[in-house]
Design a protein around this ligand. Sequence first.
Ligand code: NAD
Ligand code: ZN
Length: 376
Amino acid sequence: MKALNYKGPFQVKVEEVDRPRLEHPDDIIVKVTTAAICGSDLHMYEGRTAAEPGITFGHENMGVVEELGSGVTLLQKGDRVVMPFNVADGRCRNCEEGRTAFCTGVNPGFAGGAYGYVAMGPYRGGQAQYIRVPYADFNALKLPSGKEHEADFILLADIFPTGWHGVELSGFRPGESIAVFGAGPVGLMAAYSAILRGASRVFVIDRVPERLQAAEKIGCIPVDFTKGDAVDQIIDKNGGMVDRSVDAVGYQAVDKGGSSEQPNVVLENMIRVTRACGGLGIPGLYVPSDPGAPDDASAKGMISLSFGKLFEKGLSLATGQCNVKKYNRYLRDLIISGKAKPSFVVSHEIGLDDAEAAYDKFDRRVDGYTKVIIHP
Ligand code: NAD
Ligand code: ZN
């Protein structure tokens, strides 16, 4: 079968590889109908991680069940399914508590597993024609059969729940105002979730015109951080600080610092713009302190921030990978009932052979590349 493999910094290639096989009675093999490229893939693509050449990328996957292990009871051949990007066993203490991103069963070292991701287990990615799904009764969410809502359902693998989670992490309540930093796919999904959840005002901060326009279209107030200090602009438009803020940028917001010496601009702005006793939700990715990572402090997970200011304002802060499983059934049902249509964020639909070029454009954030979905 064909798969998209990492070859080295800024290089991916579609190659012929072995088709995955059932390795355990709890496994299924899914024929991938749609996979998506994620901002998280760019950390590896740009060579900022310890990812070794040869990894097949892709943690946002959906498709049709092709083969089942003898221990799988809830699924049948032909079922249409979407897989949370987290690989979880469904039976460790964290899974029992709904924290499937921190499954200790699949990754006792620190936390959680994922498909096609460095240091997150031996699970091959789904930017390929087939994928093996372990603990399949737990790790595959059934969808209505057919082709309807394909571009909405693929977003249940990661970014729709992750955006929702970012808002949740901030401690948001209906009626509150919120500032979302980053209008990439995750930021747009966080902003959209805040709107679905009854925010009074949603500010979205970025500099990419198409992304800010997408935010404005769903009812948010766009803030271009190249046109003046982002916090001043928000306070000016809002008549004061906001209740909550979300970091949907991650550690790569380093155009203006973000090392152990120089404060991370997004976290600093969140501390400044959020009212006393408000909350900061941080789904943006900060790499773990990985000794194999390139030699730069932020790539080693070192971040400096004004902790004293955070203390002074009594702010709450929560972070981490999204426990997709906790949200995806409900978000699926919002899609089915027509109450949510997250696919507004999808800018490009391509075949696997066009994925090499798409990585380049998505990485450079040019030509309107916001969310790319691949039909292998
Ligand atoms: P992306 O790179 O497409 O989007 C980031 C956006 O931030 C870009 O549009 C960029 O222009 C903007 N930006 C850069 N510097 C900024 C600044 N100083 N202020 C405001 N905006 C700025 O990525 P994405 O796919 O939207 O993902 C966002 C983050 O979420 C990444 O770090 C990704 O790894 C992470 N992520 C986390 C989870 C999770 O489970 N927690 C899941 C998926 C993605
Ligand atoms: Zn992702």
